[in-house]
Design a protein around this ligand. Sequence first.
Ligand code: CO
Length: 182
Amino acid sequence: MILPVYLYGEPVLRKTAKEVELTDENLSNFIADMFDTMYHAEGVGLAAPQVGKSIRVFVIDSTPYKEIYPEHEPFKGVFINPIITERFGSDFTLSEGCLSLPQISEDVVRKSDIHIEYYDEKGEFHESDINGILARIIQHEYDHLEGKVFTDNLPQIKKMVLKRKLNDIAGGKVKPAYKTKR
Ligand code: CO
């Protein structure tokens, strides 16, 4: 089931999300809905707060990046109660966008590598070092669980320039092609 994507200005995007019970029987349906919603909106990642649920879950399917980066090994998966324990490597600049901030894309500097611990949809624990595009997408989605959006990471001057665009989204003036709430 496709869920509406909550846009910038919705308070849930600013909350610190709560850990979920791995035994929660609604979780697998919710994860299926998150994938449906992400594909409908043509995103490569979606965090639970973006569909109005303040819980520590995000889904990723990096397959579209295979077109731009042939060396990229596509990843599809779910991260439940993830913890990024370390961010390391070099600073790496890449243009980011977000389904909750339609029509905005900006260069964001993040670390190239992360160490992450998380559970998958079967309740299995994983810990791994991840780099490249996948580390980028994970850091973006992880921000959503912390009540942050990617423009929070921009220099002050950029934020000022974007203020009107963000106000337009929060004011309900931006209507993307996918189902939204705002
Ligand atoms: Co986002």
